[in-house]
Write a protein that binds this ligand. Structure first.
Ligand code: C2E
Ligand code: MG
Ligand code: MG
Ligand code: MG
Length: 289
């Protein structure tokens, strides 16, 4: 196949690569200053009890308002922050900011914060950090859920297990995020002290078409229920998907059907009332944002 690629195409291909590479190097450099320059901010997305419309929990989601490139999504800059170690100070800022914000909700609604595997590779630091932030912000531990992905578990089971247990004994919840996307096996549900699993959007997306996916979600949900683990379906976008998942033991829904991630001030108002699902196409609905 290679001989069919003309010279111009190779030049264009190389140019794209170097552009992406340059862009990453530039971002890597600029991310160092983003925190001090107040370019990072959080949005919050409610996780809703579909029967009452009440927000049970709200997830803090990090954004970077770059001075020239505009808003950069976390999928782009978190890997850079992890590779450079910047995720450690950034992650601390996220926890402090989100816990402080959650205190202004004046309700029992929980706060979910994502933790990077990098934050778990520093021994007891994460436990001490969470302890300190709960004390300084006054957030009751039962209102905090820490979200981790299975990549945290792959590192070193014995060490990770003891950190997770220490965190649980502070009274905070531990959620297994993006369940179903990687190697996370059912054994993890038994071995680690999770209070919640979040079934990934990749699964919930095609429940309309695929009876197999439907069966898998149903099964996972039933097992989790028997282990007294809460079940959240992520990425529910349509009313049809909402009706589907509600019938099989999912306690809570996070998705555009209820709300996109919104600014802190918008969320504070949003969670005062039951949130109605958006009937029709959520991609055209803008009333929450
Ligand atoms: P996540 O923790 O799985 O967060 C859920 C993601 O799904 C969010 O993307 C959210 O906006 C998106 N989402 C929710 N409902 C829907 C829906 O109905 N449809 C679609 N298409 N998407 C939906 P976001 O905000 O872009 O964040 C992406 C990922 O970045 C997060 O995935 C998380 O892994 C990471 N992340 C975000 N904030 C932080 C943070 O403060 N620290 C760390 N370590 N990671 C973070
Ligand atoms: Mg998450
Ligand atoms: Mg997720
Ligand atoms: Mg994710």
């Amino acid at each position: 196949k290679a001989k069919n690629i003309g010279r111009g195409q190779i030049v264009a291909y190389t140019a794209t690569l170097s552009t992406d590479y340059d862009k990453r190097v530039a971002l890597e450099h600029e991310l160092q200053f983003a925190l001090d320059n107040h370019e990072l901010y959080l949005e919050y997305q409610p996780i809703v009890d579909p029967r009452s419309g009440r927000a049970i929990c709200c997830e803090a989601l990090l954004r970077w308002r770059h001075p020239t490139l505009g808003i950069i999504p976390p999928d782009v800059f978190i890997p850079i922050a992890e590779a450079t170690g910047l995720i450690v100070p950034i992650g601390t800022w996220v926890l402090v900011t989100a816990c402080t914000e959650a205190m202004t909700w004046h309700s029992d609604v929980k706060l979910a914060v994502n933790l990077s595997p990098v934050q778990f590779r520093r021994g007891r630091e994460i436990v001490d950090l969470v302890t300190r932030i709960l004390t300084t912000t006054g957030l009751p531990p039962r209102r905090l859920d820490l979200e981790i992905t299975e990549s945290v578990l792959l590192d070193d089971n014995a060490a990770t297990m003891s950190l997770l247990e220490d965190l649980r004994s502070l009274g905070v919840g531990i959620s297994l995020d993006d369940f179903g996307t990687g190697f996370a096996s059912l054994a993890y549900l038994n071995d680690f002290p999770f209070s919640k699993i979040k079934i990934d959007r990749k699964f919930t997306q095609d429940i309309d078409e695929s009876p197999r996916t439907l069966a898998i979600i149903k099964g996972i949900s039933q097992i989790a229920r028997e282990l007294h683990i809460e079940r959240v379906a992520e990425g529910i976008e349509t009313f049809a998907q909402l009706e589907r998942v509600q019938s099989f033991g999912i306690n809570a829904i996070q998705g555009y059907v209820f709300s996109r991630p919104v600014a802190a001030a918008v969320l504070r108002e949003l969670i005062k009332q039951p949130i109605l699902p958006i009937v029709g196409s959520p991609s055209t609905a803008t009333h929450h944002t």
